[in-house]
Write a protein that binds this ligand. Structure first.
Ligand code: PRP
Ligand code: URA
Ligand code: MG
Length: 213
């Protein structure tokens, strides 16, 4: 597993405002989108391209175009949905699939309640979006799902991670046989006794969309 923590003053600044408990939902949503666009620049370093001739007003030259099949972007509902716009701004032609997953707050086990993905992901590069990598259970389940369908390259883009979750994911990914990259804006200190990232930013889904009981 290739772990990349993006170090950039703009990323650090935006992440700090995002963490602030006084930041309201509209600002939180905007910052989430902006952060994803910045992380996507790093996360798409290996996106596949094909040489393509182009006629400029002065000459013909050879550039590149995104290869087909296009990358698949998979936001994990709910909170990952807040990252979709920031990602598709950078790759407007990406295909989008959806996974709905929720963590049981007692057992911390992830359960899947919705899935809308292509049946066959052979030869596809997939970008999974979820702001929080806490115990790692949710991302582990998502990555296994994509690998079973044949995805041959998986990149997870998260805003914040706990070291415990990253290690759990590393253990899984190293045995999966699918190249996988995890891109973060920040690695936090730890998980607390109820599975929240500390210092973190609280519940990302609630801060994006309000509390749902
Ligand atoms: O690494 P883990 O311990 O699995 O926790 C991380 C998950 O928890 C949050 O989702 P949540 O279950 O709160 O659902 P929501 O997005 O609908 O709020 C978050 O968005 C991740 O999906
Ligand atoms: O800190 C955490 C952990 C899981 N999910 C969140 O939204 N925040
Ligand atoms: Mg939540």
């Amino acid at each position: 597993m290739d772990l990349r923590i993006v170090e950039h003053p703009l990323v650090s600044h935006k992440l700090t405002v995002l963490r602030d408990q006084a930041t309201d939902s509209p600002t939180f949503r905007r910052l989430t989108e902006e952060l994803v666009t910045l992380l996507a620049y790093e996360a798409t370093r290996e996106v596949r391209v094909t040489p393509q001739a182009v006629q400029t007003p002065l000459a013909t030259t050879v550039g590149v175009r995104l290869s087909t099949p296009r990358p698949l972007v998979v936001p994990i509902l709910r909170a990952g949905l807040g990252m979709l716009e920031g990602m598709t701004r950078l790759i407007p032609t990406a295909e989008v699939g959806f996974l709905g997953m929720v963590r049981n707050e007692e057992t911390l086990e992830a359960a899947t309640y919705a899935e809308r993905l292509p049946d066959d992901l052979s030869g596809r590069q997939c970008y999974v979006l979820d702001p929080m990598l806490a115990t790692g259970g949710t991302l582990a389940a998502a990555v296994q799902f994509l690998a079973k369908r044949g995805a041959d390259h998986i990149t997870c883009i998260c805003l914040i991670a706990a070291p415990e979750g990253v290690e759990r994911l590393r253990g899984l990914l190293d045995g999966l046989g699918v190249p996988c990259t995890v891109v973060l804006a920040g690695m936090d200190e730890k998980l607390n006794e109820v599975g929240y990232i500390v210092p973190g930013l609280g519940d990302a889904g609630d801060r994006l969309y309000g509390v749902v009981d």
